[in-house]
Design a protein around this ligand. Structure first.
Ligand SMILES: Cc1cc2nc3c(=O)[nH]c(=O)nc-3n(C[C@H](O)[C@H](O)[C@H](O)COP(=O)(O)OP(=O)(O)OC[C@H]3O[C@@H](n4cnc5c(N)ncnc54)[C@H](O)[C@@H]3O)c2cc1C
Length: 395
């Protein structure tokens, strides 16, 4: 069985590799792999601290995804010979003032009520975990099960893993249309120099994120032939994110991801092993694809309030990208037509949920005739829960 995956962000790459290692023939189509939201993402795998009120359905994907990530990262690393940057690091959540602490306390209660592991620490205990925390904080919580990965390295590893599989083809071209024929769907593509191609497949998986292509987030020229229900509910929610590097004398964070509420505004500080520190992220619906001055100002102000030592770091990168978001903040994951599956709308959680997206698409497909039992990994999802993510729910 031949599957064509349109879009090679973290979602399309994960689906492509899951299908390839399960014995399907796979073609991945993207003119600029992993340059969309995946390029900006911090990589928090935070099923606990990303849980927010009214996002209960997401737990059906986020909890199994978080549990599967360590094994998934290991498998990608073995197949590719590259590091993904996965780290089991835990998350500290800190409050700048008393009102922030009250808000975080109510949220932690809601997280515990759905079975997620988060407990309140004193600020002194938090400082033992992360000595660079500011001396004047009002409260601290700890979610030890949260983890993180490096989305850029994970995407590179997935590309290498895919390219090492027999039966995988990579088209660095833009898909322009999906045409339904008598024998199944055909994807029409165009290369940068105008060369046209047609790819026949048994199944087409649409994993195009917001549908934008390229480093600067310019809108793509659109993919025709898809049901309108897929395009209508996906909107871009832009995020600014900063990358810092320590100067020779600057102290380095101990290693936990730190999330903070500062006068009601969220900020996170994510230290990587190589010294890089990610500070993120804004959420803007202003259609400004470039980096926002106000966003950068706010992120730096709040990050320094929580970890003053970052003032001695070098600011090495400012990035903005669009999260593919839906009205209910749940993904569009399911069949949208004969031989056509949607896998987009992963909003703030696409890196975490990439593993679940891959497992979901595999359960939606008929077993690959070529699949042999040992190569076919066990599924992590209860398929009955996929109804919550049905792309037709907005129609
Ligand atoms: C600032 C920021 C921080 C984030 N932090 C986190 C985090 O810590 N943890 C987390 O889990 N999530 C995080 N996210 C969310 C996460 O990045 C997204 O949910 C995820 O990247 C979505 O992946 P995707 O593959 O659907 O989309 P994308 O990564 O945008 O990929 C879509 C791909 O489709 C391609 N494409 C589009 N149209 C076509 C076409 N016509 N033909 C061929 N290819 C096409 C594009 O070139 C692109 O490569 C963050 C997002 C942002 C913006």
């Amino acid at each position: 069985m031949h599957c064509a995956v349109i879009g090679a962000g973290i979602i399309g790459l994960s689906i492509g590799w899951e299908l390839a290692r399960s014995g399907y023939q796979v073609t991945v189509i993207d003119p600029a792999p992993a340059t969309g939201a995946t390029h900006a993402a911090a990589g928090m795998l935070a099923a606990v601290t990303e849980f927010h009120y009214q996002e209960r359905e997401l737990l059906h994907l986020s909890v199994p995804a978080a549990a599967a990530w360590p094994q998934w990262a290991q498998a990608v690393e073995t197949a590719s010979g590259r590091s993904t940057g996965f780290e089991a690091c835990g998350t500290l959540v800190v409050a700048a003032d008393a009102a922030d602490r009250a808000d975080l306390s109510v949220l932690a209660e809601a997280q515990r009520a759905v079975g997620l592991g988060i407990g309140e620490l004193g600020t002194a205990a938090a400082r033992e975990i992360e000595p660079l925390l500011a001396p004047r904080l009002a409260g601290a919580f700890h979610a030890p099960a949260d983890a993180r990965t490096d989305p850029r390295r994970t995407a590179e590893a997935l590309v290498a893993a895919l390219e090492s599989e027999p039966g995988v083809a990579f088209y660095r071209q833009r898909a322009t249309a999906v045409v339904q024929g008598e024998r199944g769907p055909t994807v029409q593509t165009v290369s940068a120099d105008g060369e046209l191609a047609e790819i026949e497949a048994d199944e087409v998986i649409v994993a195009t994120g917001t549908g934008r292509i390229g480093e600067h987030g310019a809108p793509g020229e659109g993919l025709t032939g898809l049901p309108a229900i897929l395009r209508l509910p996906v909107r871009p929610v832009f995020g600014d994110v900063l990358r810092l590097r320590p100067t020779a004398t600057a102290p380095r964070p101990a290693g936990s991801t730190v999330r903070a509420l500062v006068s009601g505004q969220r900020v996170y500080i994510l230290p990587r092993r190589d010294g890089e520190v990610i500070v993120g992220a804004t959420e803007r619906e202003d259609d400004q694809a470039g980096v926002s001055v106000e966003g950068v100002h706010r992120l730096l102000r709040d990050a320094l309030r929580v970890m003053p030592a970052l003032a001695h770091y070098e600011l090495v990168e400012l990035t903005a990208r669009a999260r593919p978001s839906t009205p209910d903040h749940l993904p569009l994951l399911g069949r949208i037509g004969p031989g056509l599956i949607a896998a987009t709308g992963f909003h703030r959680h696409g890196v975490l949920l990439s593993v679940a997206a891959a497992a979901a698409v595999r359960t939606l497909l008929a077993p690959a005739p070529e699949a042999t039992a040992p190569r076919s990994p066990p599924t992590i999802l209860d398929p009955t829960h996929l109804a919550s993510f049905d792309p037709w729910r907005f129609s």
